[in-house]
Ligand binder design. Structure first.
Ligand code: ZN
Length: 160
């Protein structure tokens, strides 16, 4: 569900994108990520939990592309896409797919050009510790739960 009229879908030679058509301020809400929850991930789904993937069913948010340093993030309380910085007319809006996907069903090469570009985007599972740490603030509740369980050794003392 579109929350602002400031973006539109652009059909390009290498695929669709969602671009800004009226300047967006920081912290503006752009889409509500609504759709059906399905068990199998696809190129267009967003992972909500281990076997729960939100399917856009043709909604505009299906066309929001990945960037390693994205200008939007997901508010996981409301499942809304929110700008992290001002976005100018003509700029593409993006979020980091590794912030929600454990394992991306269709890995792809990223050409975002940022210094810490992940190159091949395959999912959070394939990131090293430093890359996981960089994403920490943007992570979904599901990946956050995995990050903390895999990152931090148990402090519960063994009874033996
Ligand atoms: Zn990149």
């Amino acid at each position: 569900m579109l929350l602002t009229e400031k973006v539109k879908r652009i059909v390009g030679p290498f695929g669709d994108s969602i671009n800004c058509v009226t300047d967006i301020r920081s912290a503006e809400r752009i889409f509500r990520l609504s759709g059906q929850v399905v068990a199998q991930p696809s190129k267009y789904t967003i992972q909500q939990w281990e076997s729960e993937h939100l399917s856009p069913d043709g909604a505009l948010w299906a066309s929001v592309n990945h960037a390693c340093i994205p200008n939007c993030t997901i508010d996981f309380e409301t499942w809304e896409l929110v700008s992290r910085s001002p976005i100018r007319v003509g700029e593409e809006i993006s979020f980091n797919y590794n912030s929600t996907e454990w394992e991306i069903s269709s890995p792809f090469n990223c050409a975002c050009g940022s210094p810490n570009c992940g190159q091949v985007i395959r999912g959070f599972r394939y990131l090293d510790g430093a890359q996981r740490g960089d994403l920490r603030a943007l992570l979904s509740p599901y990946l956050r739960s995995l990050f903390f369980t895999t990152d931090q050794p148990s402090r519960v003392a063994s009874p033996y």
